[in-house]
Design a protein around this ligand. Structure first.
Ligand SMILES: Nc1ncnc2c1ncn2[C@@H]1O[C@H](COP(=O)(O)OP(=O)(O)OP(=O)(O)O)[C@@H](O)[C@H]1O
Ligand SMILES: [Mg+2]
Length: 173
């Protein structure tokens, strides 16, 4: 007898390697996505922020700082290379590698920074492999004058944990 077997049982969900892209329509929306990620961050975490000039990486970090209850205003560290924001429970180390050659990142003392807090790194694709492994990568794209698209991806490990925490906190796009 061949009755309708009914719907297939749901397949066990494999952990996503990439979250669906999220579109923001304002600076505030981009900052809110950073704010949502902040509570999941811990010392030693690395956020790899990539994307063209003006795509919203620094605004996202401003949201992170707000989420960590850091008081200082977030500015682009393009000239200073690194800014630090002391949150209530965590130090946020904000780097901008735009003007740094990948081979020169060894000189930045990142082994020590990573022990002090969480790293948010603009132009993070220039980081050495040992820091990119385990990171949460966030790609920023410009989709219009005020439209930005954020795409998160991570390999299994801490980065994927952060990705999933962010998806939960920021809601489904
Ligand atoms: N939806 C949006 N999200 C974020 N920024 C936006 C958005 N719409 C417009 N903007 C504008 O885009 C610019 C984003 O600047 P931001 O400094 O964050 O870019 P960035 O990616 O850090 O660039 P850079 O590589 O030069 O450091 C700001 O001028 C901001 O006002
Ligand atoms: Mg910037």
């Amino acid at each position: 007898m061949s009755g309708d077997p009914g719907p297939d049982p749901p397949a066990p969900e494999a952990p996503p390697a990439a979250a669906p892209p999220r579109r923001t329509a304002s600076v505030e929306e981009t900052e809110a996505l950073g704010e949502a990620l902040a509570p999941a961050l811990a010392c030693g975490d690395v956020l790899l922020l990539t994307g063209p000039l003006g795509s919203g990486k620094t605004r996202f970090v401003a949201g992170l700082a707000r989420g960590l209850a850091a008081k200082a205003r977030v500015r682009s560290p393009s000239f200073t290379l690194v800014n630090e924001y002391r949150g209530r429970e965590l130090l946020l180390v904000h780097l901008d590698l735009y003007r740094v050659e990948p081979m020169d990142t060894d000189a930045l003392g990142l082994e020590e920074e990573i022990e002090r807090g969480a790293l948010a790194v603009e132009w993070g694709e220039k980081l050495p492999g040992w820091l990119r492994r385990g990171s949460l990568a966030l790609r920023f794209d410009i989709a219009g004058e005020r439209a930005r698209v954020l795409t998160a991806s991570a390999s299994p490990g801490r980065g994927l944990e952060l990705l999933e925490a962010w998806r939960r906190a920021a809601g489904t796009p």
